[in-house]
Each structure stands twice: as structure tokens, then as C-alpha cells.
Ligand binder design. Sequence first.
Ligand SMILES: C[S@@+](CC[C@H](N)C(=O)[O-])C[C@H]1O[C@@H](n2cnc3c(N)ncnc32)[C@H](O)[C@@H]1O
Ligand SMILES: [Zn+2]
Length: 295
Amino acid sequence: MSPAEHSALAAVAGLLTCPECVRLPRPHENDSALTLEPRDRALRCGRGHSFDVARQGYVSLLTGASTKMIGDSAAMLDARATFQSGGHFAPIADAVTRAVTAAQRPDGSVLEVGAGTGYYLAAVLDAAPSTVGIGLDVAKPAVRRCARSHPRAAAVLADAWLGVPIRDGALDRVLSVFAPRNPGEIARILADNGRFVVATPTERHLGELIGPLDMVRVDPDKDRRLDNAMSGHFEPVEHTLVEYPMTLDRSDVANVVGMGPSAHHTTATDARLAHLSQTVEVTASVVVASYRPAA
Ligand SMILES: C[S@@+](CC[C@H](N)C(=O)[O-])C[C@H]1O[C@@H](n2cnc3c(N)ncnc32)[C@H](O)[C@@H]1O
Ligand SMILES: [Zn+2]
């Protein structure tokens, strides 16, 4: 654990809750709060539960009632990091950053659920110099990368579907980019004036590659399902379509296939890639939506 990783975790420890205490019949808020002492390598709660900080700088708040989710593989994370470093999704990161930082207090806090490489969280933290960040993911290769993504990014291993180990009403921004959402849990951890920013692909996203490479299609019903899942917990505030052409070479295409849901499904990708031109124009199309907690 580097000094930056220690200080990123120390800065957010007070926002986290002990995942063992919350399973007790009547968790006491003060006891379940976590702290990280200077030079300590573990987060501890008032009841004596402790969670070691891994050598790679993340803390695991997965409990004995462990997850069946495995999240993305190291190969998917590598492909995603390489693709993101090419700048192809920079306009999406810009739109996400604008939505997260709009009217945000300067000393704010932001959680990215399913943070992956930490690419979007790091973009937000760059634009908000006094904000502290938490990247939560269920995959170890993701939290390892996320811990290194920004000096103010604390990385937490947890399954968002089993519960988000954050205190009630503690955060003013939560972010989910191409990632799972658990609206009930996110409503619980957001402050009353908080915002939940969600980025989802439209049917046109990577459309030129879907047929030729036999990729998983975006569910055309996705918007309606998202609205249904959010209703009762959240009200929409703003909605931005980010759509633009990307010029991709074959290695970019291989990475964009390898980093997403098609990595599990696509067969004979190499043979199919060989039929593409050296460079292809591919549409990026994403909706960045901002929600506030329902009254
Ligand atoms: C498609 S990736 C997106 C990652 C990142 N937001 C990005 O766009 O670069 C989805 C991420 O969600 C994580 N994930 C999947 N299920 C999860 C769960 N139940 N709890 C937390 N993270 C989860 C995966 O491990 C993966 O890193
Ligand atoms: Zn505890």
C-alpha cells in the first residue's frame, strides 16, 4: 500500500460501515463506523471487526456471506484500460464529470459502483480537487487497478447487490457507468440533496461492430427497465445523449470487444476481425442521466 492509497482510504473510512456489524440485529451507527489509523494496514470498527488493506491498496469488505458474483476478469480489465487510454471514451468521461460535478459542494464525496479501472472516477476527481472518491467493484483485478487510478480514489471490494458498505445519507454523488445499479441501496446512502449519475449505452452504441462480430446487443427495452428500477427511489433531473463517431483500428476493436459483455460470448473473434478494414468508423452512443432522491 502506497502513502497515497493509505491516505485515500483514511479520507473515506468515516463514510464506510462495517459489513459484519450491519448484519447484527440492531447495528449501532457509532460502533459500525470504520477507521484507519496512521501506519495501520487494516480498517477497524468499534466492535473489533477488522479488514486488512491488501498490498495492492484496496480493502475487501466482502463478508463471510460471500458473493457469488465474480465480476470482470483480469483480461477484460486489461482490454478496458488499454481502450480507455486511447481516449476513445473521453467525451463520455467529460459528460459524466460535468453531470457529477454540477452544483456539487467543493468538499464533496463520490462513489462509483462497478468502478472497473477507475477511469471515470479519476476523471471526476481531477475536476473536483477537494472531493474524496470511492471505487467499489466485486472483481479483484478491478479494485487493484482502481486503487492506482487516482491519489484520492479509495478502492473497496464488495458486491453492490449484497449491500453497499456505506453509512446512510453519507454521500453527495454516486456514479454508475455501464455497471450494475442497486437503486434501493443507492437511495439509502445518498444525502437528501445528492445526485445519482447513470451512464448507459443506447442501441446505437458500437452498432457497426455488433453484426460483424456477433456482439451482445443492447436490450432495446433497457431505458424502460432503468426507469422502472429507479422509480420510487429517484426522480430524473437531467438527461444528455453523448453520440459521436470513433475511428478504431483492429487492436482497438479487439479491446472494445474484449472489455465488454461480448468477451464472454464472442467466438472466433480473431477470424471475424480479419474481415474488417484496417480502420473502421464506429458510433459511441451513451445516455448520461442524473437523478435526485424521490421526495
Ligand atoms: C462493464 S464494467 C464497467 C466498469 C467501469 N465503470 C468502466 O466503464 O470502465 C462493469 C463493472 O462492474 C463490476 N460489477 C459487476 N457486478 C458487480 C457487483 N454486483 N458489485 C460490484 N461491482 C460489480 C464488474 O466487475 C465490472 O468492473
Ligand atoms: Zn463491526
